[in-house]
Structure formats: C-alpha cells, structure tokens
Design a protein around this ligand. Structure first.
Ligand code: A3P
Ligand code: EST
Length: 288
C-alpha cells in the first residue's frame, strides 16, 4: 500500500492519495432511502457516533454490536486501499438498513443522498482539539501524508491543505444545511457534557422509541473507557504496520481541551485569529 504519499486534490479538496482511485464509484454511489449517514470532519467523534447509532439500531443489544469491528458495521464510503474491498463495494453488498460513514464536505457528497432524502447526522468538534487529535492520528496511521512537525502541521491545518481540506468550510458547509428535516447537527462537546441527552436526540431523529434502561445501557457502552477497551471499537485489529497504537492510540484521550497541553501561547494565538476570521460570517460557534 502506498504510504505517506501527499494528499491529492479532488474538486479542490485534498484527499488521502489511495482513496482517489475509487472516486468515480464514490460519486456514482447509490444511496438507499433508509440509509443513515454519519458525516464529520475527521477526529470529531465519528467512531463514537457510529457506535451509538449501531447500538440504537440493535436496540441496545451489545452482543449484536460485537458481531464485527466498527469499520465493518459502519463502512467508510470513500475508503479505498489496494487489494482490499473498497467502501463502495462493501456498501453495495450490504443489506439494508445501512449505516454509512463519510468525511466528505457537503458539496462533494454523492447526489443520491440528497435525491433519496437520507437521514444524516453531522458531528462537529472545536478546531483546536480536532487539530491536536488529527496530528496524532497522522502519526499513527500511515495512510496519511507525513504530518511533519506540529508547527508545520498547524500551518497546513490553518491553510486548509490537510486531508479533507478546511475545517471551517466543512463545519460551515454542513451548518447551512441543518434546517433540512433530514439533517441532525450535533457537537462533540455536547456529547461529552450530557451523553444521554444527545443519545435521546439521536434516537428521536432515527424515529426509534427505546426505554430508559436501554438508553442507560447505550450510554454505558459508549463511554470513552468502554470504547477504548472494546476490541470492536478501538481499531486494535488493524495491523500495527498500518495503524500503530504505540505511537498514539486511536482512542487517545477523549476529552475537551487537550489542546491546552499541546499548543504554545503563540500557536494558540494563531488559532484564535484563524477562528475569529473564519467564523465571522456565521452564527455557528464552538466550545473549547
Ligand atoms: P482524541 O484524539 O482527542 O482523544 P474520530 O472517530 O472522528 O476519528 O474521532 C476520534 C476522536 O474521538 C479521538 O479524540 C477519540 O479519542 C475520540 N473518541 C472516540 N470515542 C469516544 C468516546 N466514546 N468518548 C469520547 N471521545 C471519544
Ligand atoms: C482514514 C481517515 C479517517 O478519518 C478515519 C479512518 C479510519 C479507518 C482507517 C482509515 C481512516 C485510513 C485507512 C485505514 C483505515 C483502517 C485500515 C485502513 O488501512 C488505516
């Protein structure tokens, strides 16, 4: 597998280079009416929301959600690495109801998701914690370009040249769509603050009705600690040569404000400036 290759632009958006091979099939992908999409900018709580949604579909039955790893239960639409079935191939072979993960910015989502009016959940996270989490993820998962030093990576993040492009364009692009009935826009920080409140929102959005003890069970099974220890959610089954958890575990810290341990005063000021500039034309705001 091609490792550490620079990102390749697709319609102006930098993508993991090996993923680009399958781009035509991604664009032509046929969504189904009852598909559920989980979309995020990377490192914003994708895996967490995926596990919550699968547990909701399984009525809180953790035996059922242990049937396979999270990346098999919730296939990654744009995923494509040599000699492995692609995300679109896996999804085409899956019977309904499908849960689908994607990081695509709103303008690149395959048209069929809009045509079929699929339900979509978007999770957003503050850019400082995303940046720190994404940097560690680049170091441990060699499918990504070499991130360089943290200082270099921070510049690329601000320039919007990291994989999936600009954080602010991504969160603002999806925010503009949030009034559509089929879109639920959530925040990582809200999930941390009151997981059960947010889980209830997801249940309602999915038009399910689950008793209190099941909601409690879903909550207990999706705490950071539970998901870090769960082989089906912690990505530990991926070969070390592809994802090296000794460099940085996939389930790394799971908190809000870890950026305070990473950013220098000067770097923090750069990000404050970036945030102020990028968010001056929106009513969307984040908690840090
Ligand atoms: P950190 O690197 O800050 O710890 P994604 O799934 O979108 O790639 O996001 C990964 C981030 O979400 C990581 O952040 C990871 O630790 C965190 N995360 C995953 N599951 C979580 C959970 N149950 N509770 C809180 N954070 C979680
Ligand atoms: C890429 C980006 C992202 O935000 C999340 C993930 C999770 C699954 C990862 C994938 C990725 C990159 C490619 C892999 C994959 C698991 C195996 C595969 O090789 C590392």
């Amino acid at each position: 597998m091609a490792n550490r290759s620079p990102a390749i632009l697709v319609n102006g958006i930098p993508m993991i280079s090996v993923f680009v091979e399958n781009w035509e099939n991604v664009q032509r992908f046929q969504a189904r009416e009852d598909d559920l999409l989980i979309n995020t900018y990377p490192k914003s709580g994708t895996t967490w929301m995926s596990e919550i949604m699968d547990l909701i579909l399984c009525g809180g039955d953790t035996e059922k959600t242990k049937r396979a790893a999270i990346f098999e239960r919730v296939p990654f639409l744009e995923y494509a690495v040599p000699d492995m079935p692609t995300g679109t191939e896996i999804l085409n072979g899956l019977k309904s109801r499908r849960l689908i993960k994607s990081h695509l910015p709103v303008q690149l989502l395959p048209a069929s998701f809009w045509e079929k009016n699929c339900k979509m959940i978007y999770v957003a996270r503050n850019p400082k914690d995303v940046l720190v989490s994404y940097y560690h993820f680049h170091q441990m998962a060699i499918v990504h370009p070499d991130p360089g030093t943290f200082e270099e990576y921070l510049q690329e993040f601000i320039n919007g040249t990291v994989c999936i492009g600009s954080w602010s364009h991504h969160v603002k692009g999806w925010w503009k769509k949030r009034h559509q009935r089929n879109i639920l826009y959530l925040f990582y920080e809200d999930l941390l603050e009151d997981p059960k409140r947010e889980i209830r929102k997801v249940i309602k959005f999915m038009e399910k009705d689950l008793p209190e003890d099941v909601i409690e069970k879903i909550h207990q099974s999706t705490t950071f600690k539970a998901m870090k220890e769960n082989k089906m959610t912690n990505y530990s089954s991926i070969p070390t040569s592809v994802m090296d958890h000794t460099i940085s575990p996939f389930m790394r810290k799971g908190i809000c404000g870890d950026w305070k341990n990473q950013l220098t005063v000067a770097q923090n000021e750069l990000l404050d400036e970036y945030y102020k500039k990028e968010m001056s034309d929106t009513d969307l705001s984040f908690r840090f």
